[in-house]
Ligand binder design. Structure first.
Ligand code: XIL
Length: 329
C-alpha cells in the first residue's frame, strides 16, 4: 500500500479533504487511507443546514460527522457567515421587506449557536466568516447584504457569537486570492483590526485555489509570512492546483497533457516544501476534494470543462503529484 499522505506529513500538519455525499460514497477508501481531516464542501453552509427560519436540516452534515468519527478524522467547519449560499429569508421580513440590523444580528446569533452547539467538541476549527474582503481596489469589504444591513461589525459579531457557542473551537477568517498582494494587505488589515479590538479570532484560512503558474512561490511565501506576523494560526483550507489559468477559456482538452501533470507535480512539491518550512504556523492543509474524478473545477470558472487538480487520478491512483508530495515530506 502507498504511504498515507497524512502519515507522511504527521510531524507537520493535518491533511484534509473537502467531501460531499457523492464522494463519501465513491471515494471513501481513498479518504480513509490518506486523509485525517475532512470538511463539508457544501453541507454545513447556511442554505444546506438552515433553509428556512424554523427549519434546520442536518442529515448530510451529520453523515459527514459520523464518517469522520468512525475513522478517527478531525473536522474543519465551513462556513457560518458568507455572502454566497445563504438563503434570502435571512435578510427579509415575512412581507418581503428588508430586516433591520438588530433582527439580522439576532438571526445570525441563533444560526451560529445552533450549528456550533450541535457539533461542539467535534469540530476543531470553523471558518466563521468567509470571503468578506473585496477584490476591487477601491473598497476594503465586499458589498453584501450582511454589510449593507448590519454594517461592518457583522464580522466581529460573528466571531463573538461563535466564541460564546464553542469556546474551544479555533475561529478562522477564510478568503481566496489571499496571496495577491493588494488583497493580502486588505485581509491583513481586516484581521489585524479584529485582533486589535480583542475579537476572538485564532487563524487565517488561505483558500489556495491556485494554478500551474500563479501565485508564484514568492507570493505564497510573502502571504504566509504576512499572516503569520499577526501571531495567528494558518490553515490552508481549499487547496487545488488547476491546470488552467483563470482566464484560459479552453474547452477542447479531454485529457490533461503530460506537461501539465509534470508541472503540477513540481508545483505540489515546491508548495508543500514551503508549507513545511512554516509548519510552526500551518497546522492543517485541506484539499478542496481528493481525486480527479470529482472537483468543483469541472464547472468553475468554465461550465462542464474538466480539470485534474489533485494528487490522485480519476481511478484514485497516485499521480506524479502524489509522489512529489511524499518525496518532500
Ligand atoms: C464551492 C463548492 O465547491 C461548489 O460545489 C459550490 O457549488 C460552490 O461553492 N470558496 C469557498 C467554497 O469558500 O465554499 C466554495 O465551494 C469554493 C470557493
Amino acid at each position: 500500500e502507498n504511504l498515507k499522505l497524512h502519515e507522511a506529513f504527521k510531524q507537520h500538519f493535518l491533511i484534509g479533504a473537502a467531501v460531499n455525499p457523492l464522494t463519501l460514497d465513491t471515494q471513501s477508501e481513498l479518504l480513509k487511507h490518506h486523509f485525517n481531516s475532512v470538511t463539508a464542501e457544501n453541507e454545513m453552509k447556511f442554505v444546506s443546514v438552515h433553509p428556512a427560519e424554523n427549519e434546520y436540516t442536518f442529515d448530510n452534515a451529520d453523515r459527514l460527522m459520523s464518517f469522520a468519527k468512525e475513522n478517527g478524522m478531525g473536522v474543519r467547519g465551513h462556513t457560518l457567515v458568507w455572502h454566497n449560499q445563504t438563503p434570502n429569508w435571512m435578510f427579509e421580513k415575512a412581507d418581503g421587506s428588508t430586516v433591520d440590523r438588530e433582527t439580522l444580528l439576532a438571526r445570525m446569533k441563533s444560526h451560529i449557536e445552533t450549528v456550533m452547539t450541535r457539533y461542539k467538541g467535534s469540530i476543531y476549527a470553523w471558518d466563521v466568516v468567509n470571503e468578506a474582503v473585496s477584490d476591487k481596489s477601491e473598497e476594503l469589504l465586499r458589498p453584501s447584504k450582511w454589510l449593507d444591513i448590519a454594517g461592518e461589525d457583522f464580522i466581529s459579531k460573528a466571531f463573538e457569537f461563535a466564541h460564546t457557542a464553542d469556546p474551544d473551537a479555533l475561529l478562522f477568517y477564510n478568503d481566496y486570492n489571499e496571496s495577491v498582494p493588494e488583497k493580502r494587505e486588505k485581509i491583513y488589515t481586516l484581521v489585524k483590526s479584529l485582533k486589535d479590538k480583542g475579537v476572538p479570532i485564532h487563524g487565517v484560512g488561505l483558500q489556495a485555489h491556485w494554478n500551474l503558474e500563479s501565485p508564484s512561490l514568492d507570493l505564497i511565501r510573502q502571504a504566509i509570512e504576512r499572516y503569520a506576523s499577526l501571531g495567528l494560526k494558518l490553515h490552508i483550507t481549499e487547496l487545488d492546483i488547476s491546470v488552467f489559468n483563470h482566464d484560459d477559456r479552453r474547452t477542447d482538452l479531454k485529457e490533461p497533457t503530460t506537461e501539465m501533470m509534470e508541472r503540477q507535480a513540481e508545483r505540489y512539491g515546491q508548495i508543500f516544501k514551503l508549507f513545511k518550512e512554516y509548519s510552526e504556523y500551518i497546522t492543517s492543509v485541506t484539499f478542496w476534494g481528493a481525486a480527479d474524478d470529482y472537483t468543483w473545477l469541472n464547472n468553475f470558472p468554465v461550465r462542464g470543462r474538466k480539470n485534474w487538480p489533485f494528487p490522485f487520478d480519476a481511478e484514485h491512483k497516485p499521480k506524479q503529484s502524489y509522489w512529489e508530495l511524499v518525496n518532500v515530506a
